[in-house]
Design a protein around this ligand. Structure first.
Ligand code: ADP
Length: 544
């Protein structure tokens, strides 16, 4: 017997149509550079996205063409998020914080035909224009005519004004009935190692990811929520929030480019934000601002943190001082991005405050639809005892099979698992905890030492502002850990006192062999510690 269910494809345009039909009045609020606030609704956004689909078609954008964006989180960027995939083209979000050479490489590699750019990036475009002239036909400034920057572009590359194009375009447009396997969007990983690599999402993977993050044990967005993605729309589709918010009919608050504590505090209260998502650095900035000013957050209930490990201070301070739950998620560009999320199981309900913080530091349980496992160096699966740690592998419908330009399946092992490059433990409740990146783990005498555990303990010392632990070559043990620290302003670092933090906390053989004090540590464009640079620099530290 055949299934008789309706074969509707899972399409991004359906999410927007749903929001417009059933949550037409739900607000979409954007803050622009000058602090002005732009207000629209999901209903109006759908009409604008149709208009934009016509405008893009007028520029010759067709099925499968890439539309690049270099933009902060706002309503115009949201329109592109829906119009480009909705019409069968591909929305390619680009991280403007990358080096201009990498940006030019990404645009050329992706073959972007049109670039939609915030006026603030006009200088960047001028710099890279010669390098991208072979592929980019038009640069559309995301601005009103009065805000158009003066810009010299090479012949064959038009400079256009978004608002002018939109005013001239018709609103009548029917979203095509695409196959759900159609490519919808494209993100490049920030390239902590080597050249950035592209991940191509489909309508199907995007919609399924949206449903998954809207489960109650994940973000669980509701119509009464007002959600603030502080995570940029150029960072893995703002973790899927612009799509998940449309599914739920939530109000969407887009913060523009000012992500400092004072700006976020003002926006959160003024716009009655209930849930916000971003990286730990942003929340540390917000916390410092609140503590310095005595400010309160009136409506926020949940802060989702991800992208790098959550410091215990965030969970404790927001929980105890402000009554806000800090929830930890983990993911990566290759998995759309959310893979795990930390919400309690019945076994966790009686935990004391210290136990709750300890639990909150774990990256969480796998989302339904995905699966995960940890394996040792031979590929054998490791036990879920919360102690054994090994390479973390995942699979599921929103995990990529390959990088852009490479053959299907080329990023998977023989059983279809994707190696995340993270090293993790999984406890008996299925809570995963990252202990390291595979490349950063220190292999001492055949045993593994977690650099992240050592770093987290180091920053618990009152004199230490930031810490990195890297492997140095060792004649007897192959590799041994070296601790690199930066002092807090006005403090002096005594290496012995810092090493004392490890007593009773880690096995004796984990304690670093040397402590190096630096003025600062190198970071990537997404704010992550650039271990590759430090590894190079300190590789020979113990054999010199
Ligand atoms: P890139 O890999 O280019 O830095 P991604 O945004 O794809 O960019 O980063 C994914 C990686 O970020 C993960 O593999 C993991 O190492 C790290 N990461 C993401 N979320 C967390 C988290 N909650 N805790 C620790 N590490 C995290």
């Amino acid at each position: 017997m055949q299934s008789l269910m309706q074969p509707h494809p899972l399409l991004i345009s359906s999410l927007l149509k749903h929001a417009a039909r059933h949550h037409a009045d739900a607000e979409v609020v954007s803050r622009s550079d000058d602090g002005a606030v732009h207000r629209t609704t999901w209903g109006a956004t759908e009409g604008r996205a149709r208009r934009l689909a016509n405008a893009l078609a007028g520029l010759g954008v067709g099925a499968g063409d890439r539309v690049g964006t270099l933009a902060w989180n706002d309503h115009r960027h949201l329109e592109i998020y829906y119009a480009a995939p909705g019409m069968g083209a591909i929305c390619h979000t680009i991280n403007p914080r990358l080096h201009p050479d990498d940006i030019a490489y990404i645009i050329t590699h992706a073959g972007d035909v049109v670039l939609c750019v915030d006026p603030g990036f006009a200088g960047l475009i001028e710099t890279i224009a010669p390098a991208i002239a072979a592929t980019v036909r038009a640069v559309v400034m995301l601005a009103a005519p009065a805000q158009m920057p003066a810009l010299a572009l090479p012949p064959g590359m038009a400079l256009l004004c978004y608002d002018t194009l939109m005013a001239a375009a018709a609103e009548e447009f029917t979203w095509p009935a695409l196959s759900e396997a159609t490519a919808s969007s494209l993100c490049y990983t920030s390239g902590t190692t080597g050249r950035p690599k592209g991940v191509v999402y489909s309508h199907r993977s995007t919609v399924l990811h949206g449903y998954a993050i809207n489960m109650a044990d994940v973000l669980g967005l509701r119509a009464i929520d007002r959600v603030l993605p502080v995570v940029p729309m150029f960072h893995v589709n703002a973790w899927g929030i612009p799509y998940a918010a449309a599914m739920a009919g939530s109000g969407l608050v887009l913060p523009g480019r000012h992500l400092d504590g004072a700006s976020l505090h003002a926006l959160m209260n003024a716009e009655r934000v209930t849930l916000a998502a971003g990286v730990p650095t942003v929340w540390m900035g917000l916390l410092a601002h609140l503590r310095a000013t005595g400010g309160r957050l009136d409506t926020v209930k949940i802060i989702m943190t991800g992208g790098s490990a959550c410091p215990p201070l965030l969970i404790e301070a927001f929980g105890n001082e402000y009554g806000i739950a800090v929830e930890h998620g983990w993911g990566m560009t290759e998995m759309s991005p959310v893979g795990t999320y930390n919400k309690p199981k019945p076994a966790h309900l009686g935990l004391d405050p210290a136990g709750r913080t300890r639990l909150g530091l774990k990256q969480g349980r796998i989302l339904c639809g995905l699966d995960m496992k940890i394996v040792d160096g031979t590929g054998a699966e490791l036990p879920w005892d919360g102690i054994a740690f090994g390479d973390l592998k995942v699979r599921g419908p929103w995990v990529t099979t390959a990088y852009a330009g490479e053959p299907q399946g080329s990023a998977l092992d023989a059983e279809g698992w994707f190696a995340t490059g993270d090293v993790a433990t999984i406890d008996p409740q299925g809570m995963m905890e990252i202990t390291d990146r595979s490349k950063d783990v220190i292999k001492s005498g055949g045993e593994w030492i977690s650099s992240i555990t050592l770093e987290n303990l180091a920053v618990s010392h009152p004199d230490v502002a930031e810490a990195a632990v890297v492997a140095a070559v060792h004649p007897k043990w192959d590799e041994r850990p070296v601790l690199i620290v930066v002092a807090r302003p006005g403090r002096q670092i005594d290496p012995d006192s810092v090493l004392a933090v490890y007593a009773d906390k880690v096995p004796r053989w984990w304690v670093p062999d040397a402590v190096v004090v630096l003025d600062g540590l190198p970071h990537t464009a997404t704010g992550k510690l650039q271990k590759t640079v430090l590894r190079e620099q300190f590789r020979g530290h113990l054999v010199l």
